[in-house]
Design a protein around this ligand. Structure first.
Ligand SMILES: [Zn+2]
Length: 290
């Protein structure tokens, strides 16, 4: 206590009062002015139930009644972008970020807790991807390229060996030259084919790696997710979830999730699925799982 007079004041009573007043006005020296680490985890992934556009995170800073502290209220809302028909979306509900984030995390938690999920995931991670067809194709294209290059070189040699004194020199030269041009065209096409197959192979391998990473994490979701920072949660969620659809309002039973689309197949009710839907027949709702 700098101002109670029991000890020699380092700051005078007057100064302290002044500083204190100032703090109340400027809001400096709050215990926590705003959440520096906060990230809007489902920004863009959560879809507006009216226009289908992405909903984005916003912050609303509310001052506490005694004026001493602020509390940040984070919410998702539609951006009301202008539509093609010139109208703006009129959905104005603000969804508390924690509530939506928790509901989605809860779905994943329930999903991964089943032994069926774990078995399927482990099997998937261990499995090698079958790229033999593409690899075979790549080998054939490479072989073709070698043959074409050989033919092109031979034609070049024949052109070099043409006899100037030959009475048909010009026609023979032209003939060989045309054949060589045709081969060049084929070489260009074959090289493009090879590059194309290689890109496809790389994409498949890359996809497999990111898929495995996500699945690997899902196995430990329960233990790890809550320990993640918001930034990490956001990174994981966006690598795993394509979109989250909600109803315009909470349903009478409190539920508001309508559909979650995943980037990778998940296992649910003995099936491999890309999405969970609460409003379609025979899916989540009737399973009694959620
Ligand atoms: Zn909207």
């Amino acid at each position: 206590m700098l101002h109670d007079g029991a000890h020699e004041a380092i700051v005078s009573e007057e100064d302290w009062q002044l500083a204190h007043q100032q703090r109340l006005i400027t809001g400096v020296k709050q215990e926590k002015t705003h959440s520096l680490e906060h990230e809007h985890i489902l920004s863009g992934i959560l879809k507006c139930p009216v226009c289908g556009g992405g909903m984005y995170g916003n912050v609303n800073r509310k001052k506490k009644k005694d004026g001493s502290m602020y509390r940040d209220y984070f919410y998702y809302a539609c951006k009301h972008r202008l539509h093609i028909d010139g109208k703006r979306c009129d959905y104005h509900k603000q969804w508390d970020e924690d509530i939506v984030n928790d509901a989605v995390a809860d779905v994943i938690r329930r999903l991964v807790r089943t032994t069926q999920f774990e078995t399927a995931i482990r099997e998937k991670i261990g499995r090698r991807i079958d790229t033999t067809e593409l690899e075979k194709k790549l080998e054939l294209k490479r072989k073709k390229l070698r043959q074409l290059t050989g033919t092109k070189d031979r034609l070049g040699q024949q052109i070099d060996q043409l006899d100037f004194d030959d009475s048909h020199y010009n026609r023979k030269y032209q003939d060989l030259q045309e054949r060589q041009n045709t081969i060049y065209d084929e070489i260009v096409i074959t090289e493009a084919d090879i590059a194309d197959v290689q890109v496809r192979l790389n994409n498949i391998r890359q996809q497999k790696i990111s898929e495995d990473n996500v699945y690997q994490f899902l196995l430990y979701f329960d233990k790890l997710y809550d320990k993640f920072s918001d930034a990490e949660k956001k990174e994981f969620i966006s690598s795993f979830i394509e979109s989250v659809e909600i109803y315009p309002e909470k349903l009478p039973n409190g539920r508001f999730l309508k559909r979650i689309e995943f980037r990778f197949p998940v296992f649910f009710n003995g099936q491999q699925v890309d999405m969970l839907s609460w409003d379609a027949e025979g899916t989540v709702e009737s399973s009694g799982f959620f």
